[in-house]
Design a protein around this ligand. Structure first.
Ligand code: ADP
Length: 188
């Protein structure tokens, strides 16, 4: 089995974690090995020492790239869910990882502020947080990602289907073969 990285980038609250979890579920059901490297979860474990300055974000993201590399070379799909706001950094990740599928989880800042699943925008708008991406800090939109999903308009299921279809088209997974295998397992 070929390992590769699905890199979800987008504003906080755009839906990266939600989509990543659903994508992992689907890939596992299809018989792939897939691990989730989720921004918040992995930050707590891997980088409790770091904040959100540009430098700290980069050190943390480099650690994530390193882990992703270890997983991918052992045949595991790693699904990275990380704001990763800087274009140059994502280019670095692509260069390091090679088998790299960039997914732009697009969502308007207004919707993200409305959703505010972690209460971070409220804090940023109150001035309690000074380095919130999309408020004080920039988010550099990807220029040519492999996939764009728009969570203002598409449901979680639609977004996951779009990603799976693209992975299939790029030859990273084989949906036809997987479906056949699933049928065979059921028939036995
Ligand atoms: P992020 O990981 O990008 O910070 P989360 O996945 O934690 O974002 O939060 C996104 C929130 O938006 C969740 O509460 C999720 O249920 C909601 N949501 C609404 N519509 C969508 C969609 N189409 N795709 C993903 N999330 C959505």
């Amino acid at each position: 089995m070929k390992g590769f990285t699905v890199w979800l980038t987008g504003l906080s609250g755009s839906g990266k974690t939600t989509i990543a979890k659903e994508l992992q579920k689907k890939l596992l059901m299809l018989g792939y090995k897939a691990e989730l490297l989720d921004g918040d979860d992995i930050r707590r474990n891997l980088s409790p020492d770091l904040g959100f300055s540009k430098q700290d974000r980069e050190i943390h993201a480099r650690r994530v790239v390193y882990i992703s590399k270890l997983l991918a070379r052992n045949g595991i799909i790693s699904i990275v869910s990380l704001i990763s706001p800087y274009r140059a950094f994502r280019a670095y990740a692509r260069e390091e990882l090679k088998e790299f599928v960039e997914v732009y989880v697009k969502c308007s800042i207004d919707t993200c502020i409305k959703r505010d699943p972690k209460g971070l925008y409220r804090k940023a708008l109150n001035g309690e947080i000074q380095d919130m991406t999309g408020i004080q800090d920039p988010y550099e939109e990807p220029l040519s990602p492999e996939v764009v999903v728009d969570t203002d308009r598409q449901s979680v299921e639609e977004c996951v289907d779009i990603i799976l279809t693209k992975l299939n088209r790029l030859g990273y997974i084989n949906l036809l073969e997987d479906a056949e295998e699933e049928r065979n397992v059921k028939a036995k």
